[in-house]
Design a binder for this molecule. Structure first.
Ligand SMILES: *[C@@H]1O[C@H](CO)[C@@H](O)[C@H](O)[C@H]1NC(C)=O
Length: 373
């Protein structure tokens, strides 16, 4: 072979290698009761999921979330006696390193950590919520260098509150909290220097049985979506001026006609696709013999929900999960996690279920997933 041929061959190889690389996307998946984090890879070309690493960690995380550059992972410690949060270095997602465990919330007896999310802008503070027992408290944690480093603020909602999920406004000036037990959505202003929060207001759920669970905020700033655990619906709120919320009457079902939201289901998650063309939402069944649901909605450029594209049964009940995580590379693709049998799936907005991976870890997997790339 001449030099030119070798050069061309090498160039061709690197082009192929690069193309192949770009079709692989990694996720980390948490568990409820076994102390593992799973690193999973999705190959977009072959529509296949595979397990890359299984890491033993000090906590089972019912919820995990990333810092702004995806080098750190924050998690709840689902089985701790008092609300506790953990953080990991995930710069190498096949070599996850535990960095910190922070105990919080001694005022709120009997509750446990249930949700955690981080600011994507300075001061990169982390926001944790509690559930069960007296769960009216929440906490703001510092994470200056990425690892959790301490408690900045403990704040209360109201007696009877239990916040299961939060979302920031696009500029992160406001934190919206879905108060599932208190059937309301709260707005707090976030101090952009310290990261601490102060109360702005509280609005009720769209109906007495709604019980908002998780939220997603459109980048246009005008719309906030809530998944309603109690009534198995997705509701649209409008955001005005200084974080004021108004339910605008737009609501869609997350179960088929005749199914009983109150008895059989507890809707789970709502997620915006990366380019915000779609909104995804999921529902879980209590009974393992029943199936959960996955649904996608088409959005107008303003963020207003234009229509419900489909409502399909999932292959399992979902158990405690049936969480949906939007991919970072394709509006059409999400990951779904179930803990009734312990699996991760990939769903496509046009073709439905495209890939499935069982993670049989002995009864803890899977809680939620985060996409790394
Ligand atoms: C799913 O998670 C819940 C909550 O921790 C747990 O009680 C249940 O046993 C898990 N399901 C399975 C099949 O492991």
């Amino acid at each position: 072979m001449g030099y030119l041929q070798i050069f061309l061959t090498l160039t061709l190889f690197s082009v192929i290698a690069f193309t192949a690389e770009a079709t692989k996307h990694r996720l980390i998946v948490g568990t409820f009761s076994t102390n593992f984090l799973y690193t999973v890879e999705y190959d977009d070309d072959y529509e296949a999921l595979s397990l890359v690493a299984k890491t033993q960690v000090p906590a089972a995380s019912s919820w995990i979330s990333l810092n702004e550059d995806s080098t750190k992972l924050y998690g709840t410690d689902w089985n701790a006696e008092i609300p506790t949060f953990v953080s990991y270095d995930i710069s190498d997602p096949t070599n996850i390193k535990h960095e910190a465990t922070i105990e919080a919330g001694s005022d709120c007896a009997g509750s446990k950590s249930v949700f955690v999310t981080a600011r994507r802008t300075a001061p990169y503070t982390v926001y944790g919520n509690y559930y069960y027992g007296d769960a009216r408290c929440s906490t703001v944690l510092s994470a200056g260098s990425g690892a959790l480093s301490g408690i900045l603020q403990e704040y209360d909602y109201a007696p009877g509150s239990a916040v299961h999920g939060t979302a920031f406004s696009p500029d992160e000036r406001f934190l919206f909290s879905a108060d599932t037990k208190g059937n309301s959505i709260w707005t707090h202003a976030v101090d952009s220097v310290s990261g601490t929060v102060s109360l702005v207001g509280r609005v009720p759920g769209p109906s007495a049985d709604a019980h908002p669970r998780h939220l997603a905020a459109h980048s246009g700033g005008r719309y906030l979506y809530a998944v309603l655990e109690g009534s198995s619906q997705v509701a649209q709120y409008e955001v005005y001026g200084a974080g004021a919320l108004v339910y605008d009457g737009v609501v869609y079902p997350l179960l088929s006609e005749g199914a009983d939201a109150a008895v059989d289901f507890w809707a789970d998650e709502v997620a915006l696709s990366v380019g915000e063309r779609y909104l995804w939402a999921t529902n879980r069944a209590y009974d393992e013999q029943k199936k959960g649901y996955i649904s996608a909605f088409e959005l107008e450029p303003s963020g207003a929900i234009a229509r419900q594209l489909f409502l399909l049964p999932t292959s399992t009940s979902g158990g405690f999960a049936n969480s949906v995580a939007a991919s970072r590379f394709d509006d059409a693709i999400v990951a779904l996690t179930d803990n009734s049998t312990g699996l991760v799936q990939i769903w496509h907005v046009d073709t439905g279920l495209v890939a499935s991976l069982d993670l049989d870890d002995g009864g803890g997997c899977c809680a939620n997933a985060v996409w790394l790339d």
